[in-house]
Design a protein around this ligand. Structure first.
Ligand SMILES: [Fe+2]
Length: 384
């Protein structure tokens, strides 16, 4: 049996952002707090959103100080606004970080406490303020997941928080907002989305529903990831990547992520590597490690992505999957840990702690091949 959780409303396609006032009205809300970041203000998206709300006679207060890879402290300004204000919804505008911040603000703002109180394995099902998510990258899928990730800056640990409380009530999935995303971010977020779909499909928690969404996501992402990276104006590629990223979010929300994400979060927390980039660094090596335990499943992924042909047997499809993942990292200029500027000595010093944190997140336990702490340490070492 599978329990499926989805946003109640999805508006998908060019111009979906303009549906915000109607969606809020449909939810009986009229005084939202917009949670976003400085980049969205600079790009003019924030002003467009405020204009739409003002035209509809709605409030449009803004908390624009969310940070990339948000920390507990970075939420404080937004939480103070919710405590002191009279908001009936939170509108999240931006990439995964503003959306994750908005989810935490919506729950903490209503129920109090600190983010540490809400960390996995607690299931957070008590509803916070309704969140309407407007993603501006094709990546995290956070607009369609019941997860948020907030860093505890005191311990350098990325806290995974899980529950229906973190599922946006609505998502406006408007690929036009991604046309201006630069190539580096396009690559990192796109590889993140591809990783979501692969991990959802090979996970021990996979089910018929998540499989259908994961395969659909892979069919969209495989042929369009490199196109969107090379030509940001390629609207066909942007549209496919945006829908693919949302479907990949649906897939892993209703299955799970696995070892790549489990190992990726500690790298992000310790070395401030963007989430999609640390996934990209890990994906080929972790796939190679995991393949023997789920050969047929990884072969399905390779075929859905278009990296292998329908007439390739599983062994051939697996080999092509590995080759193509390595080639994509080269083509999309994914740096090695050293190339990114990570200090090797520091990395080796904390690799055991990172392995413990990876295991504690629960994600490695969903991997088709479940590693011991020592095996995770060796996978970290193999990145060098
Ligand atoms: Fe991710």
């Amino acid at each position: 049996m599978a329990s499926i959780i989805l946003p109640r409303v999805l508006e998908v396609g060019a111009g979906a952002m303009a549906r915000l006032p109607a969606v809020l009205q449909g939810l009986g809300c009229r005084n939202p707090l917009i949670v976003t970041d400085r980049m969205m203000a600079r790009l003019g998206y924030l002003e467009r959103l405020r204009g739409l709300l003002a035209e509809a006679g709605m409030g449009a207060d803004v908390f624009a100080d969310t940070l990339p890879e948000p920390t507990a402290a970075s939420l404080e300004g937004g939480l103070a606004m919710v405590r002191d204000g009279d908001y009936d919804a939170v509108v999240a505008l931006g990439g995964g970080s503003p959306i994750d911040s908005a989810k935490a603000i919506a729950v903490l703002g209503r129920h109090g406490g600190v983010i540490n109180d809400y960390r996995f394995p607690r299931q957070v099902d008590e509803a916070g303020l309704p969140v309407i998510a407007i993603p501006t990258t094709a990546g995290t899928g956070s607009e369609a997941t019941r997860f948020t990730i907030i860093t505890d800056e005191r311990t350098d640990e990325k806290l995974l928080c899980v529950g229906a409380a973190f599922m946006p009530v609505a998502a406006l999935v408007d690929y036009e907002l991604t046309v201006s995303v630069p190539p580096r971010t396009t690559a990192d977020t796109g590889i993140d989305a591809m990783t979501h779909a692969i991990e959802a499909y090979v996970s021990r928690k996979a089910n018929g529903y998540s499989d259908s969404q994961a395969l659909a996501a892979l069919r969209l992402i495989g042929p369009h990831l490199r196109r969107a990276y090379h030509d940001g104006e390629d609207r066909v590629a942007r549209e496919a990547m945006m829908l693919g990223a949302t479907l990949a979010g649906v897939a892993f929300c209703n299955s799970s992520v696995a070892l790549v994400h489990g190992m990726s979060r500690p790298i992000g927390a310790f070395f401030h590597v963007p989430h999609g980039l640390s996934n990209a660094m890990l994906l080929p090596a972790v796939t190679e490690y995991s393949l023997p335990a789920a050969s047929a499943r990884y072969a399905d992924c390779a075929r859905a992505l278009g990296f292998a042909g329908l007439d390739d047997d599983d062994a051939r499809a697996n080999a092509k999957l590995l080759e193509t993942l390595v080639a994509i990292n080269e083509e999309l200029r994914v740096p090695t840990p050293a190339g990114f500027g990570i200090d090797r000595d520091r990395f080796f010093e904390v690799r055991h702690t990172m392995a413990e944190q990876a295991l504690a997140s629960g994600s490695p336990g969903n991997n088709p091949r479940v590693p011991e702490a020592e095996e995770i340490v060796r996978l970290y070492e193999a990145l060098w």
